[in-house]
Write a protein that binds this ligand. Sequence first.
Ligand SMILES: Cc1ncc(COP(=O)(O)O)c(C=O)c1O
Length: 400
Amino acid sequence: MKRDHPTPVRIPGERLLHAPGPTHIPGEVLNAMHRQALDHGDPRLDAVIANCESGIKRLLKTSAELFMYTANGHGIWEAVTENLLAHGEAALVPATGHFSESWAVQMELTGRRAIRTPYRPGYPIDPAVVEQALRADVKREIAAVFVVHTDTASGITHDIAAIRAAIDAASHPALLVVDVIASLAAAPFAMDALGVNVACGASQKGLMSPPGLAFVAVDVKAAQVATRNKAPRYYWDWQRRRGAYSYTKFCGTPPHNLLFGIEAALELIDREGLDAVIARHSLLARAVHAAVECWSSEGALQFHCRVPEARSTSVTTIEVREGLDVEALRSVARERFQVAFAGGLGPFQGKAFRIGHLGDLNPAMILGCLAGVEAAMLAQGVPHGAGGASRAAALLADHA
Ligand SMILES: Cc1ncc(COP(=O)(O)O)c(C=O)c1O
């Protein structure tokens, strides 16, 4: 057979994947997926699905109802919109940068209204602005507040407790809906304790699994809103997915092998312990931040997030001085030094790069990544303070 592309050259060792999703997939997850699918009635499949449901609910810290979809993050956004909002109905979308805007646009294109608060570049959502927007809604037209917990483009994690408090202070009945796609199993989150009505996530980030499975947890209040909502829907419909049969739960064939992988990933998280997983993310993030702090001293690079405590434990967004070619830097890092990191998204395109530090990562992987980024910056003549990887190593050494 004639190929239309050359046989790729074998790369010795592994390329380090430091995109903020998809993330590195552990061997245990890959191995778990390497088996035959089951037939629809096999109770083994029901057991796998039940383990995935209970494991994801443990991560979300919720007793709410859970629906899983063969979908990515955009799919689960649409599931939320289709179930909660009637056509023409509005949600308040506090701006977090790129992903809040994409969600708002998706809502509008499916016939809903998005009321945005303005994004202040580099800063987390101001809860006072949310409260003000809700107070201004005297006719109570806003059905929900849609918040992105960690915006993967800006690298900022937003304070969900403060947003809950803002909704309560405005005495507004809106539901609180949170996208934890980039924060789940990387930053503290507790759906029930935070008073979150709906939380949605996906498989390819903190869950250390391939893309393709997304899920949404729905509390009783949100489920009632969905039941009353007459907007026509089929695949996304929560009611249609209620039932014990696997084919019903997934509105068709479940993604068997992905579920095998996710079951294994959840077991890995359980074995390490969720608190330990979150603490590991926090430590590795601080190591990356130490390196970026050092690199920034030459004036060509800087943290996008200006508030240190709002910097994400999943991803760090680094702005570059005008004229620096981010794509060339990424390409040299990926092809010569085997470190794959992300570019800027949306308003940050060409103006920033992003280092993902979530999922199945350890200190050696982070140090390898930082050293690889440094090598690429040296090769490309990007001005940066020397010794960032050593600063990260020193920070890690200090935290036995
Ligand atoms: C916070 C957040 N929400 C939503 C999405 C969209 O997810 P997907 O790319 O799987 O559609 C992403 C993707 O990176 C994300 O980071």
